[in-house]
Design a binder for this molecule. Structure first.
Ligand SMILES: NC(=O)c1ccc[n+]([C@@H]2O[C@H](COP(=O)([O-])OP(=O)(O)OC[C@H]3O[C@@H](n4cnc5c(N)ncnc54)[C@H](O)[C@@H]3O)[C@@H](O)[C@H]2O)c1
Ligand SMILES: [Zn+2]
Length: 384
């Protein structure tokens, strides 16, 4: 038997943040990305608390790719207040920090389980609907994925006002993370009808709105930002149910070793992993016994309006489309362009450790093709 449950209540469209005015709690602890505080963006959320006379504290010791040390500091601050409600306001980093802080505070004080609301300010990780949190061990340069049902927010608030200020390059990075979530969930060994449905809609929204969302600072097309915010959440629902694959396992290593932003790393790896999973090379034209993921990638390719005369052509079309989006959004398409100060010798010296860590990554078991260490090293060399 299999099950599909969507536990997080998702508030979206209209003035979604006004939900905060109706909270039944009188004290709230907010973990916020410092950008939202310095820019005043956080007021779009706190004004609703003030209107309802809800007391709040803002904690903003948040950095991209939060470390274990930041989690420890956050737990200390939260348990000092013991607020009955925790709100995370920020990108994946702030939300993951808040999730981890809440989890460890609960482990220290099992009776303490604050109601948890996530307000994403980037459209990428889908962290507002996942039971994952990614924490970095900054001593060992390794990212750890925490997985626990307790990490799942009770509510998510998707309000376009929170993402209008996202610069074009971050919209590109985070948007490609959405593509990677949706496509990896779609071919996961655990994929089912429900996850496929969320993944298909998320990929289709990316096809139509990601580059337009990137262009928002020039066009001010609200609809593009709003659609990508929903796409991010839909892809989050998909991968929360069926997990991801080795695109993420490899991207996590590029993030931990070289600090390439998460979505940018995924975008570089994704086309190569699609070809690897499909057992295709650029010069393959016929497959006598194609892997099942070939028809799935081809199906997705057709669903989002790409064309090809057979499944192989459709899969290749999908990889070309991803590369063309990267180019249109000024993103690096090779690792060496993302880390121009790192020499190939330095990169090569890390391949062994990165491949070992990628094989152990929690996203690897659901990849549709079982990779060897040599396979991962080959992909890492191809993308240099
Ligand atoms: N928990 C999950 O399910 C999950 C899934 C994928 C990735 N992740 C993790 O999430 C993290 C990445 O999150 P992210 O891509 O959202 O980036 P992020 O949260 O690290 O933010 C990136 C940058 O954008 C800025 N920013 C955030 N919101 C902004 C806004 N509205 N306007 C202007 N600037 C803004 C931040 O200050 C930061 O400098 C990584 O640590 C990754 O490993 C978690
Ligand atoms: Zn991701």
């Amino acid at each position: 038997m299999r099950s599909c449950t969507l536990k997080t209540t998702i508030n979206f469209e209209g003035n979604a943040l006004s939900r905060l005015a109706t909270l039944e709690y009188k004290k709230v602890f907010i973990i916020a990305d410092p950008y939202t505080v310095s820019s005043g963006l956080i007021k779009a959320a706190t004004k609703h608390l003030e209107a309802s006379k809800i007391e709040y504290t803002v904690y903003s010791d948040v950095v991209p790719d939060p470390s274990i040390e930041k989690v420890v500091s956050g737990v200390t601050a939260l348990v000092k207040e013991m607020a009955p409600c925790l709100i995370a306001v920020g990108g994946g980093s702030a939300i993951d920090l808040a999730k981890s802080v809440r989890l460890f505070a609960h482990r220290m004080y099992p009776d303490y389980a604050p109601y948890f609301i996530a307000v994403p300010t980037t459209s990428g990780t889908g962290s507002e609907v996942t039971s994952f949190a990614v924490i970095t061990d900054s001593q060992k340069n390794v990212k750890h994925a925490l997985i626990d049902e307790f990490l799942l927010p009770n509510e998510a608030i998707l309000d376009v006002e929170m993402v209008k200020s996202v610069p074009a390059s971050i919209a590109a990075d985070t948007g490609m993370d959405v593509m990677a979530h949706a496509l990896e969930a779609y071919v996961s060994t655990e994929a089912d009808y429900f996850s496929d449905m969320y993944a298909e809609k998320a990929t289709s929204l990316c096809k139509h709105y990601l580059v337009r969302s990137y262009n928002y600072p020039k066009t001010h097309e609200n609809k593009a930002r709003e659609k990508m915010h929903v796409a991010s959440c839909l892809a989050g629902v998909a991968f929360n149910a069926v997990s991801l694959g080795i695109c993420h396992s490899i991207a996590h290593q590029l993030g931990a070793q070289f600090h390439i932003p998460h979505g940018r790393a995924n975008a570089i790896v994704l086309p190569n992993v699609i070809l690897y999973n499909s057992e295709l090379t650029p010069t393959t034209f016929v497959l006598s016994d194609p892997a099942p993921c070939v028809s799935k990638y081809a199906n997705m390719s057709r669903r989002i309006g790409l064309i090809g005369y057979d499944d192989i052509a459709c899969v290749k079309s999908l990889t070309f489309f991803i590369r063309s989006m990267q180019i249109e959004m000024g993103m690096p398409i090779r690792v060496r362009d993302a880390i121009p100060k790192v020499s190939y010798e330095e990169y090569e010296s890390k391949l062994d450790a990165m491949a070992d860590a990628a094989l152990l990554d929690r996203c690897t078991p659901t990849n549709p093709r079982v990779p060897t260490k040599a396979d991962i090293i080959e992909i890492l060399r191809e993308i240099w």
